[in-house]
Design a binder for this molecule. Structure first.
Ligand code: ATP
Length: 495
């Protein structure tokens, strides 16, 4: 059964997954807190990302950078001048809106993101203020960078920025990383952490926040070997809907094709770019997002960020709000390194057999909130009899096991404590002794606990317990002494 946004938001609050920040003061638009269940899922998601993209590879090195950097970084990178959205103001009530979003919400297709084209569409379709129906102004620039002051004096000399991306830290630390990577190419740097954007109208639950977490890789390649990716065979057979800028402009639908065929057709700026799109799809599919619900959309020229030669968004189909970007994969070329060389006077190149190579950079950039949102949307399952469960992979589940005495009294409780103590050395798990067993199962299902371990009358006789499977509600009986091994095997075999 299809899920509504209201159902998901309500589940998230009720079950300690996500809720608005500072709610007793009315909340604060675009800011959210993760509760006891949400924080576990979120941590598992990031750990998996780190494991897949850093630990399981030998070409990507980690970085955990500071949020606030020297403000000159953001001048050099172009963000102070060009990290903008186009905003329109209602001439009557002075409400402010992001022009492209307003058009998209009305189902108006945009094939040109320039302010002139946005203004033309607003006039052609007579788009008015959504709150009072007033006339809208011409689009004007709005910089999304959040500012703060550093030190005791608050004036223009002490302005600094809360980073809107982690990427710049990877560029300004590039020289160090060239030595860590022993003067070789290609290599990547991975970072994750909180970023801040002063979004004009945060909405869609955690889809558009003002504070969110990003997980990014800057992957540096030799531009002369941009089509020489030794790992391409890992991803070339992945089939997905691809929506090139040409097909968008012609008003055609996305075409289903393999990453390999798309690369051969010249869809991607180079082979490494195609590889990183494929690798991202592989990861999404491992964390439980069906490829059927994903598509790859190329940015139109007028939509490209100031640093990008070509960008693909990976979009997820949210049943309640349609196709939305969850990851962007840009070819940033040597734009950032060259700008930092100019502004810092540092030499940011790799010495490669007599050449001084300024690498090009492919950047996959995941929004943790949006990936989380897609994961729980995908996992939310409602059966025809009204049962709700989160079909999460055990590697993402907030708890691997819930331990339940069948009856909330002795000797069941003591036995359940013993089993809980045994399991928690190995897995995330909790003990739930209160309420009917049916309610305890239902509570666990709603937050995606993988297995229910029940201590019943037979346990007291032969030291066996039942393992209940969340998705099927089937049960098997195992000896307590085999419990850890059995759960380990079940996780290992999970598909
Ligand atoms: P949008 O066009 O939706 O504003 P963007 O193209 O500016 O997003 P990027 O700069 O490519 O986004 O950021 C990389 C990723 O960060 C996005 O794919 C998305 O998952 C996430 N992201 C961007 N803005 C937000 C936001 N305001 N709230 C939550 N996640 C965000």
């Amino acid at each position: 059964m299809t899920i509504t946004l209201e159902e998901l938001v309500s589940l998230c609050k009720r079950r300690g997954i996500i809720f608005p920040s500072s709610e007793i003061y009315g909340g604060f638009a675009g800011f959210f807190d993760y509760g006891p269940v949400g924080v576990e899922i979120r941590k598992n998601l990031l750990d998996w990302w780190w494991d897949f993209f850093v630990r399981q590879r030998d070409d990507v090195l980690g970085l955990y950078p500071a949020i606030i950097m020297n403000p000159r970084v953001w001048i050099a990178s172009g963000h102070v001048e060009r990290f903008i959205d186009w905003i329109v103001e209602c001439k009557n009530c002075h409400g402010l809106y992001r022009a492209d979003e307003l058009l998209e919400e009305k189902g108006i297709k945009i094939t040109d993101y320039s302010p002139e084209a946005l203004s033309k569409l607003i006039k052609e379709h007579n788009v008015r203020c959504p709150s009072c129906g007033g006339e809208l102004s011409e689009p004007r620039k709005f910089n999304l960078m959040m500012e703060t002051y550093i030190g005791p004096i608050k004036d223009e000399t002490s302005i600094a920025y809360l980073r809107p991306e982690t990427a710049q830290a990877m560029f300004v630390n590039f020289k160090l990383y060239v030595t860590y990577a022993r003067n070789r190419l290609p290599f990547g740097i991975a970072a994750f952490g909180k970023v801040f954007r002063n979004e004009i109208s945060p909405r869609g639950f955690i889809f558009r926040c003002r504070e969110f977490e990003i997980a990014e890789i800057e992957y540096f390649i030799d531009p002369e070997r941009a089509n020489d990716c030794p790992y391409f065979h890992e991803v070339d057979k992945i089939i997905v809907k691809i929506w090139t800028k040409e097909t968008q402009k012609k008003g055609e639908e996305p075409k289903e094709m393999s990453i390999g065929d798309a690369y051969n057709d010249g869809v991607f700026s180079n082979m490494w770019h195609a590889y990183w799109v494929g690798k991202s799809l592989e990861w999404f599919s491992q964390i439980g997002i069906s490829l059927e619900h994903l598509r790859v959309r190329e940015h139109l020229e007028t939509e490209l960020a100031h640093y990008a030669l070509q960008t693909f968004d990976i979009e997820y189909y949210f049943p309640f709000m349609g196709w939305k970007e969850i990851e962007g994969i840009a070819n940033r070329t040597d734009y950032d390194l060259k700008h930092h060389m100019k502004f810092s006077k540092e030499k940011l190149y790799v010495p490669l057999s007599g050449r001084k190579v300024i690498p090009h950079c492919i950047e996959p950039s995941w929004g943790v909130e949006r990936t989380f949102f897609a994961v729980i949307t995908e996992a939310y399952t409602k059966t025809s009899d009204g049962r709700v469960f989160l079909k999460l992979h055990p590697k993402l589940a907030p708890y691997i096991a819930g331990v339940y005495p069948l009856l909330s009294r002795e000797p069941f409780i003591t036995k359940a404590r013993e089993v809980h103590k045994l399991l928690k050395k190995k897995f995330t798990c909790y003990l739930d002794v209160s309420g009917s067993i049916g309610r305890r199962y239902a509570r666990a299902d709603e937050i995606g606990v993988s297995f229910g371990i029940t201590i019943d009358h037979q346990t007291l006789e032969d030291d066996t317990v039942t393992i209940r499977f969340r998705d099927t509600r089937e049960q098997i009986r195992v000896k307590i002494s085999d419990l850890v091994k059995t759960i380990e095997e079940l996780i290992e075999k999970w598909e």
